[in-house]
Design a protein around this ligand. Structure first.
Ligand SMILES: [Zn+2]
Length: 275
């Protein structure tokens, strides 16, 4: 085995000693080694004063590093594409990012940014956010800002609506679609709950989501007080989702409010509010 190695070195060394110069090389007078004409660093090294072995010159090393960085970037890009493909059910959700925030609700923006930044802690607390308030004031925008910030960091997020999930279940049952597996995601965003009447399938999905013990972010035009109406079967179902959100944010024209709901909401508040 040892002899094989030395023979290998010997042969490699011999071929290096006798190899022809390429157009961008010269032989250094002092060391006798082949040098790169561009960066003037050696492309050979003298090993143990006995073997001449090939090494990359500085510009070759830099080129390798650039190629590695490009490959890493490409892999990251591909992972993001896969996450978006798997988790974002309406492509428009991808357009809502913190970069496009018009600054109308600075307090909400700050809390949302901190939520995304401190997602690891929010996940440990299993704390989600309920965005509520009148239509068209930016609830979906903020929920998606958080989701996109997490996706961009490679965290799997499902951004969808309850009605889309119900439809997906139906289609999957008829084998017309791939069933979305809620367990594949670290965070679930349900946009605009409260618009549809509750079906048994919707109730099953809410059951599953409640058992996941993962942060759930919900947007609704309904008021949390309205949802407390226990006489209404629909509201009773929705209030189970609301119960998963320790942080409740009112989003309105320049008006915002952070309500602290339950215990995890109080824990989260320490993290989400800048002191
Ligand atoms: Zn070079």
């Amino acid at each position: 085995m040892y002899t094989d190695y030395t023979q290998g070195f010997e042969m490699l060394s011999q071929s290096q000693k006798t190899r022809k110069l390429m157009d961008d090389e010269y032989r250094d007078a002092e060391t006798g080694l082949v040098f790169c004409s561009s960066c003037h660093t050696p492309r050979q090294s003298n090993c143990l004063g006995r073997y001449i072995l090939p090494v990359p010159c500085r510009c070759q090393e830099e080129k390798d590093a650039r190629e590695e960085a490009a490959l890493r970037e490409w892999n990251k890009r591909r992972r993001l594409d896969q996450l978006v493909e798997a988790g974002v059910t309406h492509k428009a959700y991808r357009d809502y990012t913190f970069d496009r925030d018009d600054g109308r609700n600075p307090e909400i923006t700050e809390i949302c940014r901190r939520y995304a930044e401190h997602f690891k802690e929010m996940k440990q607390l299993e704390n989600g956010i309920l965005f509520y308030g009148n239509a068209g004031k930016g609830k979906t925008f903020f929920a998606c800002c958080i989701a996109n910030a997490l996706l961009d960091r490679g965290i799997p997020v499902l951004v969808t609506s309850l009605s889309y999930l119900v439809q997906n279940r139906m289609e999957a049952m008829r084998q017309e679609a791939y069933k979305i597996n809620l367990d594949d995601f670290d965070c679930i965003v349900l946009d605009d709950i409260g618009i549809e009447k509750f079906s048994p399938t919707a109730a099953n999905i809410v059951d599953e989501i409640s058992l996941l013990k993962k942060p759930v972010i919900v947007t609704t035009n309904l008021n949390p007080m309205q949802l407390k109406d226990s006489q209404n079967e629909n509201f009773r179902q929705y209030s189970r989702l609301v119960g998963l959100c320790g942080t409740k944010l009112l989003v309105d024209n320049g008006k915002s409010r952070l309500d602290i709901g339950n215990h995890k909401g109080r824990q989260a508040e320490k993290i989400l509010r800048k002191r």
